[in-house]
Write a protein that binds this ligand. Structure first.
Ligand code: PGA
Ligand code: MG
Length: 228
């Protein structure tokens, strides 16, 4: 685990916290089905996977607002319209679960960290209610001692609250923790919590190169995190 040893002065972190969408699983195909279902119910034009990919990462409501705004600045969307559209999306997403896939190297990485005695947590902006089934379907259940969804705490990423809560529960300091994510929200949350951040190049970062946000480590897949 050379990359981790370099980051933690010859040791491993005691706690590794993971983002979900765009990091452990490619969930955009199902999210796009749900977004398009919602848009069609509202008499609008479907957005398609390619556009939805750039809108994921700030939770369900922001995704809905971005979709209603057609990718323009989502603040132009009427609040009442967004409130009415959200349950349509939530219901459609609850039924859209056939196209999400786990990224290569995820299972190997989680298994290696667990075997090394590292404690694992999940901190996602995805609404809590979708998480247990998704983890089960992707054979990712049982790995995480703590799970924080987008509506678990009052504030979600890019705020550091989820990370701070998990570290407190685990009794592990920021210096011995790592966050692994795919978007600038993850890097901002980690930085605000004082935690090092490893970022994946393959995720959803609103179409931007993740290197622009200067994570502590950049990796092309999760196997790289535990290799060597
Ligand atoms: O916005 C989402 O629902 C996805 O969130 P995540 O990337 O934090 O898992
Ligand atoms: Mg993500």
């Amino acid at each position: 685990m050379k990359a981790l040893h370099r980051l933690y002065e010859g040791n491993l972190p005691q706690l590794v916290m993971f983002d979900l969408d765009g990091t452990l699983v490619d969930s955009v195909p199902d999210l796009a089905v749900a977004v398009d279902d919602m848009l069609l119910q509202l008499g609008r034009t479907p957005a398609g996977v390619g556009r939805v990919r750039h809108w994921v990462g700030n939770g369900a409501m922001v995704l809905v607002r971005r979709a209603l705004a057609g990718g323009m600045e989502h603040s132009v969307v009427d609040d009442a319209e967004a409130e009415a559209a959200l349950p349509l999306f939530m219901e459609a997403y609850a039924n859209a679960n056939g196209h999400t896939v786990r990224y290569p190297g995820v299972l190997e990485c989680l298994q290696a960290l667990r075997a090394a005695g590292v404690r694992l947590a999940l901190i996602t902006n995805k609404p809590e209610r979708f998480i247990p089934d998704l983890l089960r379907e992707q054979q990712l259940d049982g790995f995480f001692s703590w799970i924080v969804g987008g509506d678990t705490l009052p504030r979600r990423k890019p705020e550091p609250d989820g990370l701070l809560w998990v570290m407190q529960q685990a009794g592990v300091t920021a210096a011995h923790s790592l966050f692994v994510g795919d978007s600038r929200n993850d890097i901002l949350a980690a930085r605000a919590a004082g935690v090092a951040c490893a970022a994946l190049t393959y995720g959803y970062n609103h179409g931007e190169d993740i290197a622009l946000h200067q994570p502590d480590l950049i990796i092309d897949n999760l196997q790289e995190l535990v290799a060597g």
